[in-house]
Design a protein around this ligand. Sequence first.
Ligand code: SF4
Length: 404
Amino acid sequence: MGDLAEGFVVPWNDTRVALPRHLYVHVPLCRSKCAYCDFYSEVDTGAPEHAAIVGHTVELLRGWLTPQVRWSPLETLYIGGGTPTVLGPHLVGLVRALTDVIPLASDAEVTIEANPESFSPKLAAALAAEGVTRASVGVQSLDDDALVRLGRCHDSAAARSAIRAAADAGLAVSVDLICGIPGVSAEAWERSLRGVVEAGATHVSVYPLTVEPNTPLARAIAIGEASMPDEDATVDSMNAAARILGSLGFGRYEVANYAMPGRRSRHNIAYWTGKPYMAVGGGAHGMVDGEQAHALGLAPDDRTDVGRIRFAYASHLLPGDQLQPLSSIETMTVAEAAREDAMLGMRMTDGISDALAEGANVIEALESLVTDGLVEHTDGRWRPTERGWLFGNEVFSRIWGVVE
Ligand code: SF4
């Protein structure tokens, strides 16, 4: 595996700007497309494409290493998708190649997203040997009928096997579940929650089923072949998840995320706490601070008030495309970046500090949310209430909508 960067030292006279210590890599391939999905991914065409994607992804990463910047060992690396595990053994090669370009810190968290149909004990063990520490398994449900309706290409037995394979390889296992699927009873939802934990999950993400435009699910609903998710049932499912996972020793630490002690996602916490992160791969999103943006040539030369820049790669990115084809670059002022930190921080149970709230100029918005029972203010921190979790969009939009 790539050398672990023990004893990494920056020379005192090195004036280059340090790159973010978090890296997201997008693998835009899936075995097939799920009925509800509007993420960018292409249907996998097999092994010849895999090596090319690995090479291209690594070239994209090298493309960021201009003379004006220096890397520091990565604290977190997250390879998502899409379905990274469709790369099979080439996924192991991707981890190695990426960490040859930018080494890992000795205690780095390295996550790969895995789907049951393309994950095996052998692949799990090979990834663990390469330095991967965590698998995020796309299970969505342990109800076989629901899996068919969602267009998933695996059944519940394969999902349980994938979780066990990851756990047996020594990986921390996160599982994604979808709540509010029409036709899934409260009992079946509880079986999914308990089932993934019994199989070895120590982190669970619970997302409501959303109907995105132009998906097979949206078309099926339009012609009466599928039902719209019921909002009340979805809320009941989210409340049941909090109760059942809580009884199994999981703590909620973000609006949709639950973890056993010591199993929170460090990579995702970086997103929610305003830490810059690099990204490579078709459709991937990254965020750098103002200094990094200038060093990377992403910030307009005449702008001095750049707080952060969010960038996204073009979709439909496969080998042969030009390097660094960013499809969007969004510039935020220092004040906007602070406000975004406040908004993102309110996704977490820890909430935000008085200092952050004051710096972001959102005290007035927070006080109105307290009045409405959506936020509480104790011990110098602002936190969402139970009701605030359910009306998250109201909380986020009022914080973001503050006019200076
Ligand atoms: S596996 Fe994930 S990314 Fe791929 S189509 Fe299904 S939901 Fe979308």
